[in-house]
Design a protein around this ligand. Structure first.
Ligand code: PEP
Ligand code: MG
Length: 569
């Protein structure tokens, strides 16, 4: 038995057999060959395997995300079966007497470069798809395809160096009992997605890949980060018991589904949901989300080879608004950069990506892409209570510039006779200390605030949210962070606007009483946190909590505050 500690990021006990996901790689060697028939045969076989993989992806994305996303992989199948591509690969093998990997690369580049030279923006973008298909074939040919998450046949715990958001979306929730990665920290997107999908997960488990093999038994606790490889019987029994008691707790929480989220002294508290993919919507509604407080739109951009069209986005926003039947849907415009990347944007590598061109900064640099999103959002705004939220605001000029651009897009729509909600609210995320300090000025120019604690903590404490080495410093119980939060809420209220919270802290049952006491108007969280949050709300009195807020904010250390709040619970 071996014991390891990582950062628990998605609650739950997982007991099961390991499936190691190794690194993806499409590197290959250029080799001379003599047997051209053999190389051609290798291509034909790889093509068949590639087709099978893509068919699975079509199916998975259709179920998990939607028809539009499934079409990306359908298009890849068409590329794979393209005769011209196959002919050119054959010519490369026959004439150049080089290995299939190289022939595939050369042929794909030929077509990709040709497409890139065209005027038509849509066809230009197809170059990415051809390169994607070629990379898949090369992975298969070089045996690296086994390194992707294979099609699962039985329940397992995935152990990986890291999982990309695109890979997470394709995970089969029914069969993946848990996820452990070496990289990442509490609020990396792998962690957020695992939580949203209700899969127990640990990140930052350094060195685990060197310690486990496929099919070995692992037990882990997704809350506390404890991992046991090949556990002894007593440990296994102990965790089985824990799992059983968690299951009965889960049952108890189910009873809160239809209860109102009202405090003991009769104050209604709005509990909203965060969504990072369209697949999460039914779960949020089922668990009683009273609105969507954060619709992370990044998945629309990261799960396909090119930027989503206005029409694709419009359909998704409209669908979400309609499903919410008039309840609020706060859609955050593209927040890429930091730990989230989009290959087709060709972003420069930055020394400090979290302090670099991310969020609204990046949208201003890619204004056409942003305007497409704004058009889609405005068009969808007549189908429900959609609100626009701007991420990563740090200075007033950004708020003003963003509002000007939104006005421009509105004018364009008006000139074309396209309807939108004239009263659509525009809010900002308060996730930088600069925005928090300037909350009074910001509040006078926007309709609402939503506190993004994930980033607010990292920027306030100068502590990278992705770095496991300093994860002890990164805490939502930190007094500086909590004082800032109080300041944001008070200032927002002074200026008559609503203040919500959509960072992970909003779903932390230990902190909810404090935030209720501070007067936070709306809490937005992952599906898995909704019912426990409701239970917490029904057990506290807002009046009593507001009386202890000053006492809590006088405490000087993270530990003191955490201890105080845990004793309250
Ligand atoms: C946040 O920073 O708190 C937030 C909700 O945004 P994200 O986690 O997507 O950066
Ligand atoms: Mg953020």
């Amino acid at each position: 038995m071996e014991h390891l500690l990582g950062t628990g990021v998605s609650k739950g006990i997982a007991i099961g057999s390991v499936l190691v996901k190794k690194e993806n790689s499409s590197d290959f060697l250029k080799k001379s060959i003599t047997d051209v028939a053999y190389e051609w045969n290798r291509f034909l076989k790889a093509k068949e395997v590639g087709k099978q993989q893509l068919e699975v992806l079509v199916q998975q994305s259709r179920e998990a995300i939607g028809e539009d996303e499934a079409q990306i992989f359908e298009a890849h199948i068409l590329i794979l079966e393209d005769e011209e591509l196959a002919n050119l690969i054959k010519i490369q093998i026959d004439n150049q007497k080089k290995n299939t990997e190289w022939a595939v690369h050369e042929a794909a580049e030929h077509f990709a470069v040709m497409l890139e030279g065209l005027e038509d923006a849509y066809l230009k973008e197809r170059a990415h798809d051809i390169r994607d298909v070629a990379a898949r074939l090369i992975r298969i040919l070089s045996g690296a395809d086994k390194q992707e998450i294979p099609v699962l046949e039985e329940p397992c715990i995935i152990v990986a160096r890291d999982l990309m958001p695109g890979e997470m979306i394709h995970i089969n929730k029914e069969l993946v009992m848990g996820i452990i990665t070496e990289a990442g920290a509490k609020t990396s997107h792998t962690a957020i997605l695992a939580k949203a999908m209700g899969i127990p997960a640990i990140v930052g488990a350094e060195g685990i890949l060197g310690k486990v093999k496929d099919h070995e038994i692992i037990v882990f606790d997704g809350e506390f980060g404890s991992i046991f490889i090949c556990p002894e019987k007593n440990v296994l029994d102990q965790y089985k018991q824990k799992l059983e008691s968690m299951n009965s707790q889960k049952k108890e929480l189910e009873g809160f589904k239809d209860k109102a989220s009202v405090t003991k002294d009769g104050i209604k508290v709005e509990l909203f949901g965060n969504m990072a993919s369209i697949a999460e919507l039914p779960g949020l509604i089922e668990n009683g989300a009273q609105g969507i407080g954060l619709f992370r739109t990044e998945f629309l951009y990261t799960t396909q080879a090119s930027a989503p069209t206005e029409e694709e986005q419009f359909e998704i926003y409209k669908h979400t608004a309609e499903k919410l039947q008039g309840k609020t849907v706060i859609i955050r415009t593209l927040d890429i950069g930091g730990d989230k990347e989009i290959p087709y944007l060709g972003l420069d590598k930055e020394e400090n990506p979290f302090l670099g061109c991310r969020g609204i900064r990046l949208c201003f640099d890619n204004i056409e892409i942003w305007k497409v999103q704004l058009r889609a959002l405005l068009r969808a705004s007549i189908y429900g209570d959609i609100k626009i939220m701007l991420p990563m605001i740090s200075v007033m000029e950004e708020v003003r510039k963003a509002k000007e651009i939104i006005c421009e897009v509105k004018a364009e729509l008006k000139n074309s006779g396209i309807a939108y909600n004239e009263k659509l609210e525009i809010g900002i995320m308060i996730e930088t200390p600069a925005a928090a300090v300037l909350a009074d000025a910001m509040a006078s120019e926007v309709d609402f605030f939503s506190i993004g604690t994930n980033d607010l903590i990292q920027y306030t404490l100068a502590c990278d949210r992705m770095n496991p080495k300093i994860s002890n410093l990164y805490s939502q119980f930190n007094p500086s962070v909590l004082r800032l939060i109080k300041h944001i809420i008070d200032t927002g209220h002074e200026y008559g606007i609503k203040v919500g919270m959509c960072g992970e802290a909003a779903g932390d049952a230990r902190l909810i009483p404090l935030f209720v006491g501070m007067g936070l108007d709306e809490f937005s969280m992952n599906t898995s946190a909704l019912l426990e949050a409701k239970k917490t709300v029904t057990q506290i009195s807002k009046q009593e909590m507001s009386e202890v807020v000053p006492e809590i904010l006088r405490l000087k250390t993270t530990n003191e505050i955490e201890k105080y709040l845990c004793n309250l619970a």
